[in-house]
Design a protein. Structure first.
Length: 393
């Protein structure tokens, strides 16, 4: 090849979109640690430490608590291909893009899928699911804890009771919640959950922490068909992560170094402190956006602090605003996904990126972007945000 391309030198960005989020500097350094073998005794102890730290973040005592090779979507597939087979029945709550994707993956796993349709931008109540279940029996009930397409937090209270009425395992997507808000799988009675590294864990995309309860493992072991995906078959993978350390596929060693550091950072900060940091920065952002006259469509008590959806004002050009932010401030925010495309922006304050500095930056940058289109926003955004920090002294 002539000329040979120059080494990559991408611009330095502030990532305040729906993921990936800014990676913590010590995680970047951990990724660059010299590679060792995936069966090296020291690597095996690193794997054990990752499992143990994942258990704390997930709020579970489950033995099976491992990162799958692949992004958050690989975690989704892992749950569904292992727990469903032809003839299974799945009840999936769909109130956004990721619920829609779960329903699709469940169908492709051979299940008969019943969709509980929810309003986009609102959470489900247990009765919403009961209405669709209509007294029927299911193998799994699936929900998304933090719907990144709409900015909605799903309250898990009483969802175990719904799953019990359905005779089902309860499955949860925690891709955008893990590390950014409380996840208490055992307390909620969740049987299996998955996440991703690139949202509130502030690690690059590439791994999907998953966990299965003993009851979910029993289901896996009593399947009548083999798991359709060889790569994601937990029967096989758990013998690498479990006692035997049998080779299945080569673990992405350096990504696991990065995840180890990301989990360590979360525990060193303290989970309560980490969640209140996310909450405070989220509230400051909401106050600033509201002061600018922008509309936040999700009701306050259902909003995610780590991912805020803002309606794009009439007459404002979406692409031009996001282009301006990238060009002038090297700042990335997200556009709307699915039906919200062109209707909304999505501003993430995830993991290491959830800082007061970034709240100030995004409010100032957005005000400049709107002013550039003659949509002069009301002043006072920064004062309104500052007041939120003042509240707690
Ligand atoms: C991002 C995301 C996923 C998919 O994760 P990828 O890393 O993009 O594969 C799944 N569910 C939710 C809620 C997400 O936000």
């Amino acid at each position: 090849m002539n000329p040979i391309p120059a080494p990559i030198s991408p611009p330095s960005r502030v990532l305040l979109g729906p993921g990936p989020s800014d990676v913590a500097p010590s995680v970047l350094r951990a990724l660059g640690t010299p590679t060792i073998g995936h069966l090296d005794p020291r690597f095996l102890s690193i794997m054990d430490e990752i499992s143990a730290m994942q258990r704390v973040l997930f709020g579970t005592e489950n033995e099976l608590c491992i990162p799958m090779s692949g992004t958050g979507s690989a975690g989704m597939e892992t749950l569904l291909v292992n727990l469903l087979e032809p003839g299974s029945r799945a009840l999936v709550g769909v109130n956004g893009v990721f619920g829609t994707r779960m329903a699709e993956v469940a169908r492709r796993s051979g299940a008969e899928v019943t969709v509980a349709e929810g309003e986009w931008g609102r959470a489900f109540t247990p009765d919403d699911l009961r209405r669709t279940a209509n007294g029927g029996k299911f193998d799994v009930v699936c929900l998304v804890h933090a719907e990144t397409s709409t900015g909605v937090a799903q309250d898990m209270k009483d969802m175990r009771a719904v799953a019990d009425e359905c005779g089902a395992l309860l499955l949860l997507d925690t891709v955008t919640s893990l590390g950014g808000m409380a996840v208490k799988l055992d307390a909620w009675g969740v049987d299996a959950a998955y996440s991703g590294t690139q949202k509130c864990l502030s690690c690059p995309p590439g791994l999907a922490p998953v966990t299965f309860s003993p009851r979910a493992i029993k289901r896996l072991q009593s399947r009548s068909h083999p798991v359709q995906s060889w790569y994601l078959d937990l029967n096989l993978i758990s013998s690498y992560w479990g006692g035997e350390r049998a080779y299945h596929h080569t673990a992405p060693i350096n990504m696991l170094f990065g995840l180890h550091e990301a989990l360590r950072l979360a525990l060193a900060e303290g989970l309560e402190a980490r969640f209140s940091r996310h909450h405070q920065n989220g509230r400051a952002l909401w106050a600033g956006l509201a002061a600018m006259g922008l509309e936040l469509p999700v009701p306050r008590d259902e909003r995610l602090a780590q991912l805020t959806v803002v309606r794009i004002p009439q007459g404002v050009d979406d692409d031009r605003v996001r282009g301006f932010l990238l060009e002038e401030f090297s700042l990335e925010i997200g556009g709307g996904l699915g039906p919200l495309k062109g209707q909304a922006w999505r501003i993430g304050l995830m993991g290491a990126a959830s800082t007061r500095t970034n709240v100030t930056l995004v409010l100032s940058a957005l005000a400049a972007a709107l002013a550039e289109q003659g949509a002069a926003p009301a002043h006072g955004a920064l004062a309104a945000a500052a007041a939120v920090y003042g509240e707690e002294g």
